[in-house]
Write a protein that binds this ligand. Structure first.
Ligand code: 5RP
Length: 224
């Protein structure tokens, strides 16, 4: 198994019968979804899933999983998702996908949120490899961008795949990708969240107590 398969497989251990599981988004989460479907089939488990994005919903559908929608739940047992950056203190950066709102909701309402990834995701400081994504209202995007720019080093509106318009999230919003010079991530998180026009952002602080990481075939756990 490669590193992404190893961490997805290790997360399967936390799957219990008669539970609701939140499905993450991205290549690592996709592997988990396939392995989960296989586990459910082979052991005849009664598991429902809820998806963190349009693409993981499609993946769940293709894998034949029993799907429930977000408006039918207030709590889930387990949420397994990838990440873009993970520190040894379990500060997590997510959001290269377009569904920050759903991802944050699932992380918040899960009894356990497990982050899985290969060693390339480990950083000493959040923002080291990727900008911080911020989902904002399109109706006043210039105002919100301008306000965020007062605290950011650099900020761009994320473009779509075709590079001919802004990217649109599944809730019809725009995404800013911003670089910050900061000393305290918790303070930065509050400043971003308190900016008018911001719906959600990619900082997941104090949300996960377990990350499963693989490095050249060796699996390790970061716990909090
Ligand atoms: C999507 C995410 C993904 O989990 C993150 O981008 C990791 O993706 P991958 O497993 O493909 O590296 O946060 O919003």
């Amino acid at each position: 198994m490669n590193d992404k398969e190893l961490v997805a497989h290790a997360a399967l251990e936390y799957v219990k019968d008669n539970s609701i599981i939140g499905l993450g988004t991205g290549s690592t989460a996709n592997i988990f979804i396939e392995m989960l479907a296989e586990k459910i089939r082979s052991r005849s488990l009664d598991i429902s899933v809820v998806a963190s994005s349009v693409s993981s919903q499609q993946k769940a559908h293709d894998a034949g999983l029993k799907y429930i929608s977000l408006d039918q739940i207030t709590e889930i047992d387990l949420y397994v998702d990838g990440a873009d950056e993970i520190t040894n203190n379990l500060e997590i950066l997510k959001g290269r996908g377009f569904d920050l709102i759903r991802e944050k909701l699932l992380a918040k309402i899960s009894k356990q949120f497990i982050v899985i990834g290969d060693n390339s995701k480990i950083v000493s400081k959040i923002g080291q490899n990727y900008p911080i994504p911020i989902e904002i209202t399109p109706i006043a995007w210039k105002i919100t961008k301008n306000l965020i720019e007062k605290i950011a080093k650099k900020c761009i509106v994320r473009g779509n795949m075709e590079k001919n318009a802004f990217a649109i999230t599944s809730y019809g919003n725009f995404v800013l990708d911003c670089e910050f010079l900061y000393t305290d991530l918790n303070i930065l998180e509050k400043e971003i969240a308190n900016t008018p026009g911001v719906f959600e952002h990619g900082l997941f602080l104090n949300m996960s107590k377990l990350a499963i990481i693989a490095n050249s075939g060796e699996v390790k756990k970061i716990t909090n």
